[in-house]
Design a protein around this ligand. Structure first.
Ligand code: SAM
Ligand code: SF4
Length: 335
């Protein structure tokens, strides 16, 4: 067995991996133009079922023993799973993982807020591409902005603090000063981080990408012109470059995957909903670990397999070269 000292997730470029993004389903109930414009379609080429509760628990326990302290549950839309709350509770109570967080589209968030808080969840990222009801509806195919905003309010009323919002930056859709000002008003008195993510090219969305990709420089310029101050990255910082302003309770952030050095601070690995370990959001590196999730006594073998895979993690996603690998859309790998 591998010595405990080297029993930590590290790659050949000196990066450490205390963070896992775990997709628990590919299914989604929204139709975001950049992700699933025609809604979720069953992948007939992949007959494997989504990871079940016991498999998820074993995997999380394994990662915890490999030094992982945070797991983000994602999808597809993770909350569509009937056992979603059970998954959160089991991870919180039985896996040894300290922080369990989710990324969600906020479907029925108004009704689910209390259950989420009661589940022991440590943080929530909600995707809202626009505060304009019509734009939101056009991008996602769902007129649900109000229920999501009400859900955020309900979370806040229950004292839940770690709330972030992600918006994909889309040229001519949500990238004007008016759009930025709306978010600015929103976070003035809301202790919420709003992060614009640059649209990424995937196997399925080339036309959409060409039409709507906008450099995050446009938002950076807005921040500079409006007295937002760049907050230098902490030791365990994620991919978001954050900006603060003393007059605001919330922060702004930029996630720019095409920027130089984006991959240098990579601190995460991914698990797909069918139990493939993915070393990067993009590219083809990764293998199935599912055969080692079947019994509790496979734990050491599973740890060894995952540790050995770390040597295959590449230095960069090479996205700027148009290399999207096997990633058809981000509902498959959880964004
Ligand atoms: N359904 C959930 C949601 O939308 O929050 C979780 C999964 S979704 C794939 C995770 C994140 O990826 C969302 O914030 C979404 O906006 C983002 N995303 C999806 N496709 C993207 C793309 N092509 N470029 C940039 N971000 C994308
Ligand atoms: Fe669904 Fe999230 Fe993809 Fe939108 S971004 S279609 S909500 S998985």
């Amino acid at each position: 067995m591998l010595n405990k000292l080297i029993n930590m997730l590290k790659d050949l470029f000196g990066r450490k991996f205390p963070y896992i993004r775990m997709s628990i389903t590919d299914v989604c109930n929204f139709k975001c133009g950049y992700c699933l414009p025609n809604g979720y379609q069953v992948d007939k080429s992949d007959k494997r079922k989504f990871l079940h509760l016991d498999e998820i628990k074993r995997l999380a326990k394994c990662f915890s023993e490999l030094g992982v302290c945070k797991i983000r549950i994602t999808g597809g839309e993770p909350t569509v799973r009937k056992d979603f709350f059970e998954i959160i509770k089991i991870l919180k109570i039985e896996s040894g993982i300290k922080k369990v967080v989710i990324t969600t589209n906020g479907y029925h968030l108004d009704k689910k807020a209390k259950l989420l808080v009661d589940s022991g969840l440590n943080g929530i990222n909600i995707s809202i591409d626009s505060l304009d009801q019509e734009i939101f509806k056009n991008v996602t195919g769902h007129d649900r902005l109000q229920e999501i905003l009400q859900g955020i309010k309900n979370l806040q009323d229950l004292g839940f603090e770690n709330i972030k919002i992600n918006a994909v930056l889309l040229k001519g859709i949500n990238s004007s000063k008016k759009d930025f000002d709306k978010w600015s008003d929103f976070i003035r008195n809301n202790k919420i981080d709003l992060r614009y993510i640059e649209l990424m090219q995937t196997g399925d969305n080339l036309e959409y990408f060409k039409k709507y990709h906008e450099s995050s420089m446009i938002f950076k310029k807005y921040l500079n012109e409006n007295n937002w101050i760049y907050q230098t990255l902490g030791k365990d910082a994620g991919p978001s470059k954050n900006y603060i302003n003393p007059e605001y309770k919330g922060k702004f952030g930029i996630i720019a995957p095409y920027s130089k050095d984006f991959c240098k601070t990579c601190n995460r690995l991914r698990i797909t909903s069918r139990g493939d370990l993915r070393l990067c959001l993009f590219g083809n590196t990764g293998i199935s670990v599912r055969h080692l999730l079947q019994k509790d006594n496979q734990l050491n073998e599973l740890k060894d397999l995952i540790l050995k895979q770390m040597q295959f993690k590449k230095e960069s996603h090479y996205l700027e070269l148009g290399e999207t690998g096997s990633t058809k859309n981000l509902s498959k790998t959880g964004g």
